[in-house]
Design a protein around this ligand. Structure first.
Ligand SMILES: Nc1ncnc2c1ncn2[C@@H]1O[C@H](COP(=O)(O)OP(=O)(O)OP(=O)(O)O)[C@@H](O)[C@H]1O
Ligand SMILES: [Mg+2]
Length: 205
């Protein structure tokens, strides 16, 4: 049996956690095994790396940042994603490769370097479906802004977040069959319906 690998991408406050929760609940109600996970931080090692890389008081250079994410991702793919898929689960990850390409590649200006590191870290494992929740960063950050203290990436400039959004959209435009791009300002329930339909279509296919 082979499962289905689904990634959720998008800026801060786009609604990734919300949509993952709704999708996982719908699939489980239908008897489907679901693994909900995230990057960085889906493993015990990842939790430590996440703390280091997002520490608002920390200093991490752009290449070191990309490598820390890559270390988290390699471990996450090997210990969570690949075993889950082998069991036939739907593995849903909150952020994956595209976040590195957008945040480190475009936002931090690492370009192709971020891509090379990512390919090596994942062994080329690519989601069957990537859901991009697209939102203007001003709106997204305002939604996320309910949080007490912004992390290191949330507190980057608006220009940085605009570059990230544009990079996500460019990735989706380059591979339309693999992406579901949604206007994240729509109602959460309506978005969840579109996501579930796309996942079901791929489970059938
Ligand atoms: N479609 C929606 N319309 C309006 N508000 C929403 C919608 N989806 C989520 N929200 C709200 O926006 C906030 C951010 O949502 P959520 O935590 O799901 O986003 P996220 O993409 O996971 O954010 P982060 O990148 O910070 O983890 C929450 O308060 C959530 O209730
Ligand atoms: Mg979230």
């Amino acid at each position: 049996m082979s499962g289905l690998f689904v990634a959720f991408e998008g800026g801060e406050g786009a609604g990734k956690s919300t949509q993952i929760r709704l999708l996982a609940a719908s699939l489980r109600a239908a008897g489907q095994e679901v693994v909900e996970t995230r990057e960085p931080g889906g493993t015990p090692l990842g939790t430590e790396l996440r703390r280091l890389v997002l520490d608002p008081d920390g200093h991490v250079t752009p290449r070191a940042e990309a490598l820390l994410y890559a270390a988290d991702r390699a471990h996450h793919v090997d210990t969570v994603v690949t075993p889950g898929l082998a069991r036939g689960a739907v593995v849903i990850t909150d952020r994956y490769v595209d976040s590195t390409l957008a945040y480190q590649g475009a936002g931090r200006g690492l370009g192709a370097g971020a891509h090379a590191v990512t390919v090596w870290a994942t062994g080329g494992l690519t989601p069957a479906l990537t859901v991009l929740l697209d939102v203007d960063p001003v709106a997204g950050l305002a939604r996320a802004g309910a949080r007490a203290r912004p992390d290191r990436l949330e507190s980057a400039s608006l220009e940085f977040h605009r570059a990230v959004r544009a990079a996500f959209l460019a990735l989706a435009a380059a591979e339309p069959a693999r992406y579901l791009v949604l206007d994240a300002t729509r109602a959460a329930d309506a978005l969840a319906g579109d996501v579930l339909a796309a996942v079901r279509a791929r489970l059938r296919g």
